[in-house]
Every structure is written in structure tokens, then in C-alpha cells.
Design a protein around this ligand. Structure first.
Ligand code: PMP
Length: 451
């Protein structure tokens, strides 16, 4: 009871002083007090499997990161206008993961800032303003980036509010998209969006996640990214890969998701996982794009790329390499994907399984209703999973896709724990549907009432 009161006090103080728009998970918000690897612990000491923290890419509370941050914090943390080696060292390590043409870096504090800067870079470089995005995308909250957001959950009125400089191409979604897995019509949609940008001076940039994370981890049809980049370049635009959710080894096939899709962008933005929770945003670009920006204005972010951030960023790369976490994402992700597909064959509530490696989406549908998204069912499943000790949340345009993006130290035992609980929930739901059908058949009047 004491602990319950303490949680209530935390909740009350937050509700009193923090804007309601800063939302919380679950109807009854939860107080997590500790994280360790891919586990979270609440204030009652209960343990939950963490399927949502792609930010804590190497796992919660990794001692190597704590040590790196503490060491540098005790020495010096200053702004980037002094010379210190941590920034060059971090840039060099990032460069090792990227193609040679993308070895020029900017450092900021968050994903939104990184996308914002990338779009500014593209606008200055091309001398144009228009940006092409795809439907159902989220890229951040700053004014210029919010103008690009098309995910209803984060921006319900995006269609009405759409800026004249933003042009929206179709989501290359093999399951729900109008053109199925045929790539050409989706490329045509990108060309159309670029053409629409023409009257306003032409397209400056195309921003997309190489794997469609905000939509639930959808893998575009083969050839989409390369074809879309070719179309945008043909129209004179710059291609920006938002790797904030899907990059840094998560897909297992490559360190960056764009590599797995066989295409190279002109600008890459990374955040979240970069600092394992410490705020670090990275923009990697072609040198000529950065040079043009420098001629227009100097660039300075007070805390972006500071010594502590760069040490943490380097430590994250060390752990990813030393613990072979991208390889782990591939092996555990392959097991998880195969088992999820087996569940999809067994339970009609699963319409499709998306993703690669340890970025997976499970599309929840109304059984027998031809792919009809079931957001209420997705929420119920998440609530029940929470009772069973698993933290998972829905995403996607219809909020019906369960997203699985745990820390990359996630192992087979953790995957099996999740799969066992998920199977149990799906079985419970199938049984209660059957019970309902039986009672409806026994009492025809109820059926009428239900209509
Ligand atoms: N791009 C994508 C794909 C994201 O998922 C997010 C965060 N949800 C952002 C950009 C913005 O990052 P941040 O929250 O660090 O500003």
C-alpha cells in the first residue's frame, strides 16, 4: 500500500506540473525504477521483458557506458568550439560503418534535430524548399520536421495541415498497399510527388526510413529504395535516410538499414541508439552538401557532440562490436521471425508479420474481415501482455501493429518467453471468441441485440 501511495505521488506531481501532451504509456501509468539488459523493473520490484526500447540498443545500464560517461564527466564536458579528441574519435568510428562518400558529420542532441538539420542541408544545397515523404511516417517534432509528419497518431490533422512544400508519396507496403508487392507503381508515386514539387521550385529532399519503422517495420518491395533514390536524384533532390529507429545493427543484415535495401543515400540521420539513451543526434553527409551549408552559415550546437556525448557514442559502438550485437540481432531475429510467422499461420488475428532482425511488427486484424485493422484488439493484447510481464506497444497508421524492437542483447530465451506469453494471449482470445460464438448460437436474440 505504501508503494502504491508513492507511485500515486509521482503520478500526481507529474500531472500537476508536466504538460498533458507529454503522454505516458498505459491507462494506469507505470513507474519503472531500474533497467538491466532487456529487462525493466517497476517500483514494486516486478520484472518486465522490454520489447520497446530500441534506444537502449546495447541493453539498459550497460557498465561500459556508465564508466565512459563518468570518466569524461569527471574530466571535462564543454561545448564543441574547443578542440578535444572525443569528437574526431567518434566521427572516425562512425565513418568505419558508413560508405566513404558519407564521412562528413554534424553532431546534435536528438533525432528531430538531426532530421531538421538534414533537411536544412538539403535545402541550402539545392536552393529549393520542397520535401517528399511517404504516408504514415514520423520524423520528429521541430516545426520544420513536424510539417513532414504523416502518422495520424502523432499528427491527427496532417492532411488538413499539409504544407504546400510537402508532397506525400504512397507507402510501399506489400501487405496493405494498393499495389501489393509490385515496386513500379510505388516508384511512380515518388516520381509524381517530385513532379508536384516542380512548380514550387523543385524537390529539395526525399526523407524516408529505409525500413518503414513508424508503419510497424514494413520492408518495402525489393528495389524500392534504389528506385526511389534514382527518381529523386533525377528530379534534382537529395536523398535522406532516417536511420533513427532502424539503424545501428538492428536489422541484422547490415549495420545501416539502407545497406540491406541495396541503396546509398546522400545524408544519413541517426539518434536514439547512438547514445543508448544519452542524447546524441548524428548527421552524416556527402562533403559537398556540408560545404555548401558552411558557406551560408556557421553551425554550432552547445551540447551537440560534446565530449561526454562523443565518449558515450564511441562506447556504444565498442559494445555493439565487442558483443557482436548486430550478429545477435540476425540470429535471434531470424528465430523470432520464424516463430511469429508460425503464429500467424495459427491465429487469424495476425494479418502479417513485418520486419527484419530485431525490428518486427505484428499486424493485428479482425479475424475473417479481410485485413481489417483491429486497433482495439492490439491495445487489449498490449494490456494483457503487460499483466504477463511483457512491455509491448502498438504503432502504425491504424495503431494496430505490435512493434517489437528490444535492446539488441535480447537472446533466444527472452524471445521464447515473449512468444510463450503472446501465444497464451492469442489462445485466450481465440477461446473467448469461440465461447461468444457458442452463446450467440444458443441465444439468437442476443445476436440481434449485438447488431
Ligand atoms: N525519426 C524517427 C523515425 C523516429 O522514430 C523519431 C522518434 N520517435 C524521430 C525521428 C525523432 O527523434 P527524437 O525523438 O530523438 O527527436
Amino acid at each position: 500500500a505504501e508503494r502504491g501511495k508513492a507511485v500515486e505521488r509521482v503520478h500526481e506531481r507529474r500531472a500537476k506540473y508536466v504538460a498533458g501532451a507529454q503522454s505516458t504509456y498505459y491507462e494506469t501509468p507505470v513507474q519503472m525504477v531500474r533497467g538491466w539488459r532487456h529487462w525493466l523493473y517497476d517500483s514494486a520490484g516486478r520484472r518486465y521483458l522490454d520489447l520497446i526500447n530500441n534506444v537502449a540498443v546495447v541493453g539498459h545500464s550497460h557498465p561500459a557506458l556508465t564508466a565512459a560517461a563518468a570518466r569524461q564527466m569527471a574530466l571535462l564536458n564543454t561545448n564543441s568550439r574547443f578542440l578535444y579528441d572525443a569528437m574526431g574519435e567518434y566521427a572516425e568510428r562512425l565513418a568505419d560503418t558508413l560508405p566513404e562518400e558519407l564521412h562528413t558529420f554534424f553532431f546534435v542532441n536528438s533525432g528531430s534535430e538531426a532530421v531538421d538539420l538534414a533537411v536544412q542541408l538539403a535545402r541550402v544545397y539545392t536552393g529549393r524548399r520542397s520535401v517528399v515523404v511517404i504516408e504514415g511516417a514520423y520524423h520528429g517534432w521541430t516545426s520544420d520536421v513536424f510539417a513532414l509528419d504523416t502518422l495520424p497518431h502523432d499528427r491527427p490533422r496532417w492532411r488538413e495541415e499539409l504544407d504546400e512544400h510537402v508532397h506525400v508519396a504512397e507507402t510501399p507496403d506489400p501487405y496493405r498497399g494498393r499495389h501489393g508487392a509490385r515496386v513500379e507503381p510505388y516508384l511512380e508515386s515518388v516520381r509524381r510527388a517530385c513532379a508536384e514539387a516542380g512548380p514550387g521550385g523543385g524537390v529539395a529532399a526525399f526523407v524516408v526510413e529505409p525500413l518503414l519503422g513508424s508503419q510497424g517495420g514494413i520492408v518495402p518491395p525489393p528495389g524500392y529504395l534504389a528506385g526511389a533514390y534514382a527518381a529523386v536524384r533525377e528530379a534534382g533532390g537529395v536523398c535522406i535516410a532516417d536511420e533513427i529507429q532502424v539503424g545501428m545493427g538492428r536489422t541484422g543484415s547490415a549495420f545501416w538499414a539502407f545497406e540491406g535495401q541495396g541503396a546509398t543515400p546522400d545524408i544519413v540521420v541517426a539518434a536514439k541508439a547512438t547514445g543508448n539513451g544519452h542524447p546524441i543526434g548524428v548527421v552524416a553527409c556527402r562533403p559537398e552538401i556540408a560545404a555548401g551549408f558552411g558557406r551560408r552559415a556557421g553551425f554550432f550546437s552547445s551540447t551537440g557532440g560534446g565530449p561526454v556525448s562523443c565518449r558515450v557514442g564511441t562506447a556504444v559502438l565498442d559494445v555493439l562490436r565487442d558483443e557482436r550485437l548486430p550478429e545477435n540481432a540476425r540470429t535471434v531475429g531470424t528465430h523470432l521471425g520464424a516463430e511469429l510467422n508460425a503464429l500467424a499461420a495459427r491465429f487469424p488475428e495476425i494479418g502479417a508479420v513485418y520486419g527484419e532482425g530485431l525490428y518486427r511488427g505484428v499486424d493485428i486484424v479482425e479475424p475473417g474481415a479481410d485485413k481489417k485493422p483491429a486497433p482495439a484488439a492490439a491495445t487489449q493484447i498490449c494490456e494483457r501482455m503487460f499483466e504477463l510481464g511483457v512491455v509491448i506497444q502498438p504503432t502504425g497508421v491504424e495503431l494496430n501493429v505490435l512493434k517489437i524492437k528490444p535492446p539488441l542483447c535480447f537472446d533466444n530465451a527472452a524471445a521464447d518467453y515473449f512468444l510463450a506469453q503472446f501465444t497464451r494471449v492469442l489462445e485466450e482470445r481465440a477461446q473467448s471468441r469461440m465461447a461468444m460464438t457458442r452463446s450467440v448460437h444458443r441465444h439468437p436474440t442476443t445476436t440481434q441485440g449485438c447488431r
